[in-house]
Design a binder for this molecule. Structure first.
Ligand code: V47
Length: 402
């Protein structure tokens, strides 16, 4: 089949470093040749990152699932504390999660990523104490906590500006914001799937304020439910515009909708082709964002691994204890071991690079000499990376398989 002239002209633009338009974005989503789009996104990715794929040693904690918002896609939240399945951790319980990981082989997690429900009954000091406690246990752990939606809620609920909320949380140890809560920015879709939390403009404003204060943030997009391709493109271009202004976004993460147990359970989940195309188009449209993450919990490790050849340069981390996607029926495991992540990256022909949250290199591992299946089973076992010594800071350790 001959290639469409639209795809040829988009390729030309990308290779000349010209910015893609909204019309180009929609054409890419409509293009049936997934491999052609994936290859183009891969070119862009390799130009930025060579053969490197980033991952980190992180942990997820959701301290409360009590939430005043009623998002149609959410299988995790409970409206009130006394409802079955509702939980709010005592501070000691949350801290214990980190204490239990302090002696992990290879060292403790370098990042704690916290996403919560919007709980109406906790004092603000609960969140400050939460962060302080983690820093007491491990002053080196990076705290990437609370989505822009939570920051907006704190501002409203406790009567503060975004700057005041962020300043207080930063004084308690907060270092960056995760990307959750973006969903789809289009006001029509947003009013149907999440009408009672921060609007798109408020989400973007929290990120803008955080960037002005010198904090880095991530951004997400929840796709594969009632939105159209035009809505996805609009979402990506609003993020691109913010990034032109602030340069504070460090990674973009497309999140595949999971339908189990929520208000859109009648909808099918997006297919692997849609997942990969969305990731590739994100790489092509977001020409000013450094990192595109293939979040293995949302994609499954199998699809995330293929995404590493279609525009993604990051696969997220070891995670441990993810509950939002578990509630929504993901087929992914709750955690991946360090060695398992390294294996996925190596088998994709990439160089595994362990990073910290701000993309400083913790250690770089060698690429696989040959695909693992080319080795005898005994040699395969030997070629796997062993538990590694703790290395802090921007230190590169070339590990030699024993
Ligand atoms: O905000 C909720 C989404 C997000 C469902 O910043 C759902 O590095 C699919 O934001 N199906 C939380 N998605 C996760 C998140 C994230 C993940 C990985 C990395 C980073 C980062 C951020 O999950 C929520 C919401 O948008 N979500 N329910 C569902 N049923």
């Amino acid at each position: 089949m001959s290639e469409s002239s639209k795809l040829a002209s988009i390729r030309e633009k990308v290779r000349n470093g010209e910015r893609l338009t909204s019309e180009d974005g929609i054409a890419l989503f409509l293009e049936p040749d997934l491999l052609a789009i994936g290859q183009l996104a891969n070119e862009v990715c390799e130009k930025r990152h060579g053969d490197r794929t980033y991952f980190n040693r992180n942990m997820r904690i959701e301290v409360t699932n009590v939430c005043v918002a009623s998002c149609l896609f959410c299988s995790f939240a409970k409206l009130e504390e006394h409802m079955p399945g509702a939980h709010t951790m005592k501070l000691e319980e949350a801290w214990r999660e980190l204490e239990m990981r302090m002696n992990d082989p290879g060292g403790p997690p370098t990042e704690i990523h916290i996403v919560n429900g919007l709980h109406p009954g906790l004092p603000f000091s609960y969140y400050e104490e939460l962060l302080r406690g983690f820093k007491r246990i491990d002053p080196n752990v990076h705290l990437k906590c609370f989505t822009a939606v939570e920051i907006h809620f704190f501002a409203q609920h406790y009567g503060m500006t975004y700057v005041e909320v962020l300043e207080k949380l930063r004084a308690a140890g907060l270092e960056s914001l995760p990307g959750g809560g973006a969903e789809i920015f289009d006001e029509g879709v947003r009013s149907k799937i999440s009408h009672d939390k921060a609007t798109a403009a408020e989400y973007l404003e929290v990120h803008r304020v955080a960037h002005r204060m010198g904090m880095r943030t991530n951004a997400t997009m929840l796709y594969g439910h009632i939105e159209t391709f035009a809505h996805r493109v609009d979402h990506l271009l609003r993020l691109r515009a913010l990034q032109d202004e602030t340069k504070g976004l460090q990674a973009f993460i497309p999140l595949a909708f999971h339908p189990d147990g929520n208000g859109m359970k009648n909808l099918p989940a997006p297919t692997a082709v849609d997942d990969l195309r969305t990731l590739a188009v994100s790489r092509l449209l977001l020409d000013n964002v450094d990192h595109i993450k293939a979040y293995w919990v949302s994609l499954t490790p199998d699809v995330a691994q293929i995404a590493l050849r279609m525009g993604a340069d990051d696969i997220d981390g070891t995670i441990v204890h993810e509950t939002i996607y578990k509630a929504a029926g993901t087929r992914s495991p709750g955690a991946l071991g360090y060695d398992e992540l390294v294996r996925l990256i190596r088998e994709a022909g990439r160089i595994p690079v362990e990073r910290d949250t701000l993309y400083n290199v913790v250690r770089e591992l060698p690429r696989a000499a040959v695909p693992e299946a080319a080795l005898k089973p005994r040699d395969r076992e030997r070629a796997r990376p062993r538990a590694l010594p703790v290395v802090q800071g921007d230190v590169r350790v070339k590990e030699v398989p024993s």
